[in-house]
Design a protein around this ligand. Structure first.
Ligand code: 76R
Length: 269
C-alpha cells in the first residue's frame, strides 16, 4: 500500500435511479371494495411515469417475501425522483402498501481505462500533471474516450423479462481496504472484473449505479436478462474474481419479473 495521496477514481454520471419496493397489505387489499378503480388509477400513473422523456420507469414483481412490487425509476434529478415518488404516494393504492426497500443511486461509469488511456496519450506528448494546461488538455483527451458512453448513462431501462438488483460496497477492512489501494492496483482489479463481465455481454445488461453519499451501500447493481439462470452464473463467476472475492460486500438480493402497466391488474387481482 502506498503512502502517497491516493488517486480518486473519475466517474461519469447519468440518470438518478430509485429502486422502490413495496409489500402489499393483502388482508386490507382483499377487503377493499374499490379495487378495480384503484388498479386503474395505478396503471394510468405508471403509463404517465413511463412517458417521461427524461428517464424511464418500470414495474417488476419481486419473487419471495422481501417485496411484492418494485418500481424502478430513472430521472434527471433527485428532485424529479422525489416528484415521481410523491405522485405515487398520492394514489389510493399506496394506502394498501407497506414499505419493502428503497435505494437511491445514480448511473455511474468508472473511467479506469479511459483515464489511463488519456494519461498515456499525454505522456507520449511529453506532458505530465505538473505541465501548464494539463487539466484542460487532459479533460479534452478524456472527453474523446468517453464520447460513446452517453448512451449508457442516459438510457432507457433494459427491456429484459427479469431483473436481479442488489446493493454492495467495497471492503474497508484492516487488511483488505479497497480505498487504500493505488489507482493502478484498482485499475488492474477492474480490468479483470471487466474481462469476466464481458463474457456475459450477450446475455445480460448490467447497470451499475453509484450510491456513495446517497444511500447506505456504495453501489447498486442491476442485472437485466431474459434467463435468470444467467444471474446465478455471472454472480458466481464474479465471486471468484479478486475484485469481488477480496473486496465486495453485499446487501439483500431482489429478483423480479418485468410487467407492463396493464399487467398490474394481474399482480393485484
Ligand atoms: O463499464 C464497463 O463495462 C467497463 C468495465 C466495468 C466497470 C468499470 C464493468 C464491467 N464493471 C465496472 C464497474 Mn461491473 N459488475 C458489478 C457486479 O456480484 C459481484 O461480485 C459484483 C456485482 C456485477 C455482477 C458486474 C457485472 N462493476 C463496476 C463497479 C464499480 C467499481 C468501482 O468503480 O470501484 C461495481 C461495484 C461493479 C459491480 N461488470 C462489467 C459486470 C459485467 C457483466 C460487466 C461487463 C459489461 C460488458 O462488457 O458489456
Amino acid at each position: 500500500m502506498s503512502e502517497a495521496p491516493i488517486e480518486v477514481p473519475q466517474t461519469k454520471e447519468g440518470w438518478y435511479v430509485l429502486h422502490d419496493c413495496y409489500v402489499v397489505d393483502w388482508p386490507r387489499w382483499r377487503a377493499c371494495p374499490a379495487g378495480n378503480d384503484i388498479i386503474e388509477e395505478a396503471r394510468a400513473w405508471l403509463d404517465r411515469a413511463q412517458e417521461t422523456e427524461h428517464g424511464d420507469s418500470a414495474l417488476f414483481s419481486i419473487v419471495g417475501q422481501k417485496a411484492d412490487l418494485m418500481f424502478l425509476h430513472y430521472r434527471e434529478s433527485v428532485g424529479a425522483l422525489d416528484q415521481v415518488e410523491l405522485s405515487f404516494r398520492r394514489l389510493r393504492l399506496h394506502d394498501y402498501l407497506k414499505p419493502g426497500y428503497s435505494f437511491l443511486s445514480v448511473i455511474e461509469l468508472g473511467l479506469y481505462e479511459a483515464t489511463a488511456m488519456a494519461r498515456r496519450q499525454l505522456a507520449q506528448r511529453g506532458l505530465n500533471p505538473t505541465s501548464p494546461d494539463w487539466e484542460t488538455i487532459y479533460q479534452t483527451e478524456l472527453a474523446k474516450h468517453t464520447e460513446l458512453l452517453k448512451d449508457r448513462l442516459f438510457r432507457k431501462i433494459p427491456g429484459h423479462s427479469h431483473i436481479c438488483f442488489y446493493p454492495m460496497s467495497k471492503r474497508r477492512g484492516e487488511t483488505k481496504n479497497w480505498y487504500a489501494l493505488t489507482g493502478d492496483e484498482r485499475r488492474a482489479f477492474m480490468r479483470s472484473h471487466g474481462t469476466v463481465g464481458s463474457k456475459y455481454r450477450d446475455q445480460v445488461v448490467q447497470v451499475v449505479t453509484g450510491a456513495i453519499g446517497l444511500d447506505d451501500w456504495e453501489w447498486g447493481v442491476s442485472l437485466h436478462a431474459d434467463d435468470p439462470m444467467v444471474f446465478k452464473k455471472l454472480v458466481t463467476e464474479m465471486r471468484y474474481d479478486p475484485a469481488s472475492a477480496w473486496y465486495a460486500e453485499f446487501g439483500p438480493f431482489f429478483v423480479g419479473v418485468r410487467h407492463k402497466p396493464e399487467e398490474i391488474n394481474e399482480l393485484l387481482a
